[in-house]
Write a protein that binds this ligand. Structure first.
Ligand SMILES: Nc1nc2c(c(=O)[nH]1)N[C@H]1C(S)=C(S)[C@@H](COP(=O)(O)OP(=O)(O)OC[C@H]3O[C@@H](n4cnc5c(=O)[nH]c(N)nc54)[C@H](O)[C@@H]3O)O[C@H]1N2
Ligand SMILES: Nc1nc2c(c(=O)[nH]1)N[C@H]1C(S)=C(S)[C@@H](COP(=O)(O)OP(=O)(O)OC[C@H]3O[C@@H](n4cnc5c(=O)[nH]c(N)nc54)[C@H](O)[C@@H]3O)O[C@H]1N2
Ligand code: SF4
Ligand SMILES: [Mo]
Length: 699
């Protein structure tokens, strides 16, 4: 028997934890957190462990398939790779000829493994790269840009040394990042505090020092009340603010009306609590973190809410200090050279983005654009037609609102190609579905890990691909060759590509293979917080009054508007994660589907009593326009705000070939009818939480 171990990177969610994979005779037997990484020390989450079950699941795409029936009907012809790639490249070439390369778009799931497929799109000449972020962190990204001149990933959080961590629905102990959860346990062990704010007492509330059951959608009001108190009672870090913050006067006059008493009315959190919290956290500054999270960020004024969380960090002086937010350092900051990028070797197409980001909509970062504006552009053929869409490691029919509305746009396309390791909802609706090798069956490009100790990381193939699955680099390289742009993709194996990536760095592949990563420095890199901070704004400071926003005639401080109250019998539909599932892609996992086969509807106990619903009863949930409805079991509890109901995201899957997940529970996304076009006008993200549903006892 041959036993082997490789160090690699988990792919069961997008956190990308370092792992060790043990194989016997080419079969994966065991996965654990990489023992060389002190943050992992062998630990892994349930989903990470279920990677083995995913790998050997026979209910995953096995061969390339071309659609035979209508879109979504499920009639497929299994074909060879040669036929599939021939079919796709012929169609893409014809579209390119007739409409130009800009008529071809590609979306993915973001992250550090994008170089090759983004290069493919650039090589054929299209500017239309998109990703998932309009449903995730776009508002946070834009809020960061408006204050710091650079994006949200400029900073990371030193949880372990933090004295007071404030979480707005950032459910750290269930919506997992293994290392962060470990560091936050350390914070608690050292006597640090957590304030957890969520209309629902999620898992993290149980561990928190203070839990505030906020009225949904009012985090902005809460923050305005806290800022009012901090400024009124002079609780801020004067030295830091004088050095690094502009616009304090304007902020001061803006928050005058937003007293703690006013915030209490809006949020349901007592004014005395807000005041005592502000005094308490100021004692612990600068080792404090207001985590801008994700979940504050799904309402139509989330941009401003997130901005106030960042502003609170600035007022507390919580930058570049142990226990606060630190600047993520790259290879250059460690005096080293970075990895080479293929994308940088290919000229940028001289075309405007179809979604208008960065030109028509100047306030929106061009980078990954905005998917909802992309759909709008397909429908209107404005500014130009889009005819083909490649969806790679992304499932918009499950992750953007209102799948039926999305299909109306998709139906205008001549070609949809999906590349996925599972049967995604979008893959099932595509014209061609290509089976992707999973993270255990493929090597990916080397990654740069930014942080206090920058370094490089490696995802290394542990076993041969099963069935006819292929690694994505192979798929895009072959497509490029068939489209006549193969000269940019000269590598034959991932090892070739790795060698090229490392060329300037002085690091060898064997250095990386030893432990799965290489650090470019022994000591953490901290900059002098009073001298060396690198804010990228024109003023080189944190701009409370933002020059970036002013360029687009957008106000830096927006007067508060109270969120809509639901009508009788209606509730705001909140969603979130389960610790044992990743979005909608693990509901069919042989192990995880057994641990949590379906979701439930959290419903406030007093509301349930009014509706005559008892714990465990079957309830009927209907979208606000009446077009979508389904039944689910009620989880009746005092621990959710009366205006909200909650379900774990990602259930209600409709791909019949996934027998374990098929039709189990309800899909939150299907109730978000009419929301495809509803988004934060400054932050850009879809307002997924502006969704109301009717709840009744099922008849
Ligand atoms: N209603 C509602 N909508 C939401 C959310 C919610 O909670 N509720 N959450 C939002 C958030 S925060 C996010 S980040 C998005 C996420 O939405 P998505 O980005 O669409 O979701 P993922 O689950 O990350 O995976 C996308 C696809 O990648 C596939 N995949 C996984 N590994 C591989 C691989 O190695 N190769 C290939 N080719 N494919 C692979 C999966 O099978 C899946 O179909 O959804 C957002 N939308
Ligand atoms: N297990 C697991 N972990 C994951 C993922 C996964 O799929 N599974 N996905 C990863 C991804 S892509 C992301 S983006 C993160 C998301 O991480 P989080 O944002 O931490 O998690 P969620 O579970 O999406 O949402 C958390 C909470 O927000 C609350 N909430 C709803 N409305 C409001 C409001 O108005 N105010 C406040 N303060 N809270 C509100 C909900 O009740 C919910 O409990 O998780 C990551 N980690
Ligand atoms: S959090 Fe879990 S599933 Fe996600 S990368 Fe880490 S181990 Fe894998
Ligand atoms: Mo996300």
């Amino acid at each position: 028997m041959t036993k082997e171990s490789v160090f690699s990177i988990c792919g069961m969610c997008t956190v990308r934890c370092p792992i060790k994979v043990d194989t016997e005779d080419g079969v994966v037997k065991w996965i654990e957190g990489n023992p060389h990484d002190p943050g992992m020390a062998g630990r892994l989450c349930a989903k990470g462990s279920a990677g083995v079950a995913m790998l050997y699941d026979y209910e995953r795409p096995q061969k390339p398939m071309i659609r035979e029936g209508k879109r979504g009907e499920g009639k497929w012809r299994k074909v060879s790779w040669d036929e599939a790639l021939g079919y796709i490249s012929e169609k893409l070439n014809a579209i390119k000829e007739k409409y130009g390369a800009r008529a071809i778009a590609l979306s993915d799931r973001g992250g550090p493994f994008r170089d090759i497929h983004r290069s493919f799109l650039r090589a054929i000449g299209s500017p239309n790269y998109l990703n998932h972020d309009c449903t995730c962190a776009r508002n946070v990204q834009h809020a960061a840009l408006s204050l710091f001149g650079s994006g949200r990933k400029t900073f990371n959080y030193d949880y372990g040394n933090c004295k007071h961590l404030v979480l707005y629905g950032r459910n750290v102990f269930e919506s997992l990042r293994v290392k962060a959860a470990g560091a936050i346990m350390e914070l608690l062990d050292r006597g640090g505090k957590i304030t957890y704010i969520d209309p629902r007492a999620a898992g993290t509330a149980m561990k928190a020092t203070r839990y505030w059951a906020i009225r949904p959608g009012t985090d902005y009001a809460l923050n305005l009340g806290i800022i009012h108190t901090v400024l009124r009672d002079k609780l801020y870090d004067r030295q830091f603010v004088n050095q690094w913050v502009t616009g304090l006067k304007e902020l001061e006059s803006f928050v005058i009306p937003y007293t703690p008493q006013w915030a209490a009315e809006e949020t349901g959190i007592a004014a005395e609590e807000i005041v005592s919290f502000a005094h308490e956290i100021a004692q612990d500054r600068p080792a404090v973190i207001f985590h801008p999270g994700w979940m504050m960020a799904r309402y139509s004024d989330s941009f401003y809410a997130v901005r106030t969380a960042y502003i609170l960090n600035a007022l507390m002086g919580a930058f570049e200090t142990p226990g606060g937010l630190f600047f993520q350092k790259g290879p250059g900051d460690a005096g080293a050279k970075g990895l080479k990028s293929l994308l940088d070797t290919i000229p940028k197409p001289d075309e405007k983005r179809v979604d208008g980001c960065g030109w028509k909509h100047k306030q929106f970062d061009a980078g990954p654009g905005l998917m909802h504006l992309f759909y709008r552009a397909i429908l209107d053929e404005d500014p130009y037609p889009v005819k083909a869409y490649i969806v790679f490691r992304h499932d918009p029919l499950l992750s953007l609102p209102d799948p039926e509305a999305q299909k109306t746009a998709l139906d205008k396309l001549d070609l949809i190609v999906a590349i996925d390791a599972n049967y995604s909802e979008t893959g099932w609706y595509a014209d061609v579905l290509l089976p992707s090798a999973t993270y255990l069956e493929k090597s990916s490009i080397l990654t740069t890990g930014k942080g206090l100790k920058p370094g490089f990381g490696m995802r290394k193939q542990a076993v041969e691909p099963r069935n006819d699955a292929k690694p994505d680099w192979w798929i895009f390289k072959n497509l490029a060759e068939r489209m006549g742009v193969g000269e940019h993709f000269k590598f034959d194996t991932m090892e070739d590509f790795w060698e090229w990536q490392l060329e300037d760095t002085g690091i060898s592949l064997s250095d990386l293979e030893k432990k799965g990563s290489v650090s470019l420095t022994d000591k953490p890199i901290w900059w002098d917080r009073m001298k060396d901070l690198k804010f990228k704004t024109p003023s080189k400071k944190i701009e409370l009054v933002s020059s970036r926003l002013a360029d687009s005639n957008i106000e830096s401080f927006k007067p508060y508007q109270s969120p809509q109250k639901p009508d009788d019998g209606y509730y705001r539909l909140a969603f979130g994660r389960s610790p044992v599932h990743t979005h909608g892609r693990t509901q069919n996992n042989p192990v995880l589907s057994e641990i949590m086969p379906e979701n439930q509807l959290w419903l406030n106990a007093a509301e349930a009593a009014k509706l005559g619903i008892a714990h465990g009863d079957l309830v009927q949930v209907t979208s606000s326009d009446g077009s979508h409805s389904g039944t689910i079991n009620a989880f009746v509890t005092d621990f959710i705000h009366p205006e909200s109901v909650f379900m774990v995201h990602g259930f209600g899957r409709k791909v019949p070939w996934q027998t374990r997940g098929y039709n189990k529970g309800l899909g939150d996304y299907r109730f978000e009818t009419g929301l495809l076009d509803v988004y934060d006008p400054v932050g850009g993200a879809n307002s997924l939480m502006e969704c109301f549903v009717k709840v009744e006892k099922a008849g």
